[in-house]
Design a binder for this molecule. Sequence first.
Ligand SMILES: *Cc1c(COP(=O)(O)O)cnc(C)c1O
Length: 392
Amino acid sequence: MSLDKRLGQRFLPYGANYLDWSDLRELREAVGQGVLFRYQTEGESVASRLERRVAERLGARHVLAVHNCTEALRLVLISTRPRTGDLVHIPAVTFVAVAGAVLASGLVPVLVDVDESLSLDPSLLPAGAERVITAHMEGAVAPLPEGVPYVVEDCAQALGARFPDGRHVGTAGYAGTFSFHHNKVLTSGEGGLVTTGDPDAWATMRRYHDHGSARVPGHYPTWDADAHFGENFVTSEGVAAIQFQQFRHLDEVLAGLERHHAIAMDGLPSRPDLRVLPRAAGDVKTSVRFRWESRELRDAAVAALTARSIANWTLGKYLLPEHPVLTGRRSLYADGFPWNLAPEGPLALSRDGFARTRDLLDRTLCVPLSPELTEAEQILAVKDLRQTLEAV
Ligand SMILES: *Cc1c(COP(=O)(O)O)cnc(C)c1O
């Protein structure tokens, strides 16, 4: 395939470039045995093997596979046994799924402004905050708040990232959530995982995700004295099998991103009105983030890159204080649940009404990196990027 063609496909998720029939042995096995339900037999399911593999690789005590990261967030929140209407502090800059998971759990999101790196600023949290979701956006490791009973790390965009002390994201708080949606580090189309170090939390989530039951694999579910209502978030062997294949390539994807990032840092455009945002050593280098001096220049850069078919994106879509679901307090419930449980006043914490954040987002531009390219192709891609940005 030509380089232009391969670069033109950059909207493929990272992991999808590594999908290959010859490497899908778990899927062949599941299909060959005619078993796609994880609790069909007493033997170890592909889903359980996946959970074991992820736990080992990330240093997580417990892992539970679910359908997607939104469900994973919801499951984690419910496992904390909240009261309906309890507040959950979430980043003002993240995908709306985070707010959706909070609301769908009968809880009320409070938007907390972000710092210069666009991560939730823990210094804005009120004393006594009980539940905080922080998101490691675009592989950038966010600081975690201290003294909060339930810190949830949304790692949808940061599988494989590490804190400065070496721990993987998703293992430092109460629980971590991961996505295998199309656009994430690895993909199975849809797919999600929960990690937690708390065995009771894991047991509660395992029950809730399987109709509140204490199921023994290979048997019909049972409901004992501790039973509660639940839902069905049980993953499929087919999806788990693809996740397993994808996981085999995690190190290759991460190394490819590191290499491409290093090449990009060596060949960046030099302009006084353009800054490259620093990346920490433990970040997953899914993109290079640029900050322009003005929104006009940023918009001109978007147009120039797009005209040359160089993939790029901006982050305004993540500004939740301007999202219609939040500004309009939208809900399908006739009584407006759970917004009807919200306290009076704005559900937001910011020093300046998000003005600085709006400005940062308006001037930010992200260019994805391509782990699957050879080194020679990455050098060419960076040259192309540099020339295009210098001509803006
Ligand atoms: C993608 C994403 C989600 C939702 O993940 P799904 O698996 O699509 O439900 C949640 N949070 C963040 C930050 C995301 O990027």
